[in-house]
Design a protein around this ligand. Structure first.
Ligand code: ZN
Length: 244
């Protein structure tokens, strides 16, 4: 029995699985890993400022035009579609096997694939709100606005509901993610090198039976895993879910 077959057996026997994922989950959808060695965060921007500076809350407040120019050109992938990994996880939830997806991604693709319980630790580009009146606006509204998106009701800036540098994680989302991981029987970690804290530290709350890591490169938690699979996440998950 190979590792994917073993994973299929574990999935077939459980109804309390939690998936924790990162950038690797969305690679097959054409969204780059911002934190990889050749990714966005290692690059200098055209403006000569680092991505960490330009995606900082104070930058949005001081230079909204430059912020949105950079944000729209480098963080938004409105054409991206869910891939086989997102679809496999949505299917497992519908079968009553998967309790939650916890993700570090901000692309909203789990929801688009049909997953219902998704804890987006860093927020989502799919949600946008006016900083003055709080009204929500769609991703299309932001994409189609010529420069700084302004609220159609009050003229305030419409910002993405993503966690920028200088901002903390949403306490409710973090607590709910922590609880789901602590109560799970099976934890599948995929497409993340588990190096971005505090999100990655959530994995330490797992106390269930099977801990599986699907990632191309080593992670700080490898020594605790029952099984490590170094293949593309969309391939492993779609094969493991097929025929269950
Ligand atoms: Zn408004």
């Amino acid at each position: 029995m190979n590792d994917t077959e073993k994973l299929k057996k574990i999935i077939a026997e459980s109804d309390n699985i939690v998936f924790f994922g990162g950038a690797g989950v969305s690679c097959a959808s054409g969204i780059p890993d911002f934190r990889s060695s050749d990714g966005l965060y290692s690059a200098e921007t055209e403006q000569g400022e680092s991505p960490e500076e330009m995606l900082h809350i104070s930058y949005l407040q001081r230079k909204p035009k430059e912020f949105f120019e950079y944000y729209k050109s480098s963080m938004l992938y409105p054409e991206a579609k869910p891939n086989a990994a997102h679809k496999a996880l949505a299917k497992l939830e519908k079968m009553g096997k998967l309790c939650a997806v916890v993700t570090q991604n901000i692309d909203g693709l789990h929801g688009e694939a049909g997953s219902g319980t998704v804890y987006e630790l860093h927020g989502s580009v799919a949600r946008n709100y006016c900083i003055r009146c709080g009204r929500e606006h769609s991703l299309e509204y932001v994409v189609n606005s010529p420069s700084v998106p302004e609220c159609e009701y009050c003229g305030g800036i419409v910002r993405p509901d993503v966690v920028l540098y200088g901002e903390g994680l949403d306490g409710y989302v973090f607590a709910a993610a922590k609880r789901s991981i602590a109560e799970a029987d099976v934890l599948i970690v995929g497409g993340t090198s588990l190096t971005v804290n505090p999100a990655a530290s959530l994995v330490a709350y797992f106390g269930g039976k099977h801990f599986i890591i699907i990632n191309k490169t080593p992670t700080p938690y490898d020594e605790y895993a029952d099984m490590i699979i170094r293949e593309p996440i969309e391939k492993v998950l779609s094969e493991a879910v097929e025929g269950i």
